[in-house]
Write a protein that binds this ligand. Structure first.
Ligand code: SAH
Ligand code: SF4
Ligand code: F3S
Length: 472
């Protein structure tokens, strides 16, 4: 049966989707690593840090499992399903290891952090377990594992931001690049495992962020996506200038690199996004008019149990503010159905807030209890699975209608589109995104290259995609 918890996961966030790097330099290196990533964009960005550290050690990236001396799986713990997917994949890797006993298998990321050395008891053929703040120790850990010992480092750090490590771009489209601006999370949403797997929040040096964005621009990239669990609480003290750099200020600094470089960011916590950020977005055309503003639930009692620190009314006022300062701004959301004690009426509140917010897109999940979280300790996971799934099906259906209506409102309009390349379905058509993050496909004219800007008039649409033609 189709698992509804993953069906709306799209390539936009690549959440839950595995990828392996393309290496055009396979023959340059004697030893090779293969890495597959799961989870959020930050995990994918981390894999690029890992690739950089490994490359320094003389390992080249390969897409070919048989060619690998090292296999890494960068894991996610956000829902039980995410962990099951990883375990299933590990059984495939173990088969490869049986055929090639010298091969080392390493588990990285959030599941490594959550399970720590227990992982080695549960999965005997795993050789390395490395948490998200311990990637600098990979060379030493690999050496240790090569001697036949099991190697583990799951220490979390209060400072680590990998600021000085230039990521090796894996499987990138060469148009849009992820840039981590902070790590960890200090919010304690009661359902969420992230504060336990990623540790305390810390912001990366603003100068190193701007330098990384500039380097991407020089390499031909035309979009950067600034990443953090809660980007609006970014703050960095620039001691030399005695200046605290807020997220709004950072956005401005990145936007000023070039008007040709688009700036996106994710994720905004509704409690933290400020008017200053909204006005900065309004001021610079190249800051994309799109905000991912996860609501989680539309009911104030459930929001309180979730420890989200805002009410239904407060969230709605934030949506109003966005629409006021940034007319036409795209808004998307994350929604959890069937959280502990949620009633039918409270579920209806979620449906009503979706209608109110007119989300262009949502990522929707049924509640999955995570060991160790506040909710797991305090509340009973008392909504039957079939009820959670039925409520999820209802929000998925509603979002389908909202997405279609949102796309229909764009018919006849013309958008500036950053071209990403051929569309997956039809190579004669190309695709790109509007500032509002909507995918637009259009017939490719001769001479069009990726990373160019074109104006596209919307002539048709589906629920997921706008269809248009290039205008002169
Ligand atoms: N930092 C982001 C979210 C990161 S996790 C934020 O604050 O919005 C991505 C999404 O996974 C969350 O927004 C939430 O909708 C979902 N999620 C997190 N924990 C979950 C759980 N235990 N069960 C179901 N969905 C969950
Ligand atoms: Fe999890 Fe909440 Fe932090 Fe997002 S803000 S990562 S949902 S604890
Ligand atoms: Fe998953 Fe960790 Fe990201 S739990 S969603 S990979 S921060």
């Amino acid at each position: 049966m189709l698992d509804l918890s993953t069906q709306k996961i799209q390539d936009e966030s690549r959440q839950g989707e595995a990828y392996a790097p393309f290496a055009n330099d396979e023959n340059l290196y004697k030893k090779h690593f293969y890495i597959e990533s799961y989870g959020c964009q930050m995990n994918f960005a981390d894999s690029e840090i890992v690739a950089s550290i490994l490359q320094e050690q003389g390992f080249g990236a390969t897409r070919n499992l048989e060619k690998a001396d090292l296999i890494f799986i960068n894991t996610c713990s956000i829902r039980e399903k995410a962990e099951q997917t990883v375990r299933k994949r590990l059984t495939d890797f173990k088969k490869v290891k049986k055929a090639n006993p010298g091969l080392l298998i390493g588990v990285l990321g959030c599941m490594a952090e959550r399970l720590k050395a227990k992982f080695l008891e549960e999965e005997k053929l795993v050789d390395l377990v490395v948490g998200p703040d311990a990637y600098r120790s990979l060379p030493a850990l690999i050496e240790e594992a090569e001697t036949g010992q099991k190697a583990v480092n799951v220490l979390l750090s209060r400072e680590e931001t990998y600021a000085d490590i230039a990521p090796v771009r894996l499987d990138s489209n060469g148009v849009s690049g992820f840039v981590s601006i902070m790590r960890g999370c200090n919010n304690m949403c009661s359902f969420c495992v992230v504060p336990f797997t990623r540790g305390r929040e810390r912001s990366r040096d603003a100068a190193s962020i701007v330098a990384e964005c500039e380097a991407l621009y020089q390499d031909g990239y035309r979009e950067v996506v600034l990443l953090g669990q809660n980007v609006d609480s970014y703050h960095f003290l620039n001691e030399a200038a005695d200046e605290t750099i807020t997220f709004a200020r950072l956005l401005e600094k990145v936007a000023l690199i070039s008007p040709e470089l688009r700036v996106r960011f994710s994720t905004s916590h509704p409690k933290d996004i400020t008017d200053e950020v909204l006005y900065t977005m309004a001021k610079y055309e190249n800051i994309c008019k799109y905000i991912h503003l996860p609501v989680q639930s539309g009911n104030s009692r459930i929001l309180q149990l979730m420890n989200r620190t805002y009410t239904r009314e407060w969230y709605m006022a934030k949506v109003d503010r966005i629409r006021e300062i940034l007319p036409g701004c795209g808004i998307s959301s994350d929604i959890i159905t069937g959280f502990c004690t949620e009633t039918e009426e409270e579920h209806q509140d979620t449906m009503r807030i979706m209608e109110y917010s007119r989300y262009d897109l949502s990522y929707m999940f049924f509640y999955s209890e995570r060991p160790g979280t506040l909710a797991a300790r305090r509340y009973t996971d008392d909504i039957p699975l079939e009820t959670k799934k039925r409520r999820l099906a209802e929000v998925v259906a509603l979002q389908g209608r909202l997405s279609r209506e949102s796309n229909e409102r764009d018919l006849g309009k013309t958008f500036q589109v950053l071209v990403e390349g051929p569309s997956k379905k039809n190579p004669l058509e190309w695709m790109g995104r509007s500032s509002q993050n909507k995918v637009i496909v259009f017939p490719k004219p001769d001479g069009l290259q990726k990373a160019q800007y074109v104006n596209v008039e919307v002539t048709d649409c589906t629920q997921a995609t706008l269809i248009g033609k290039i205008r002169p």
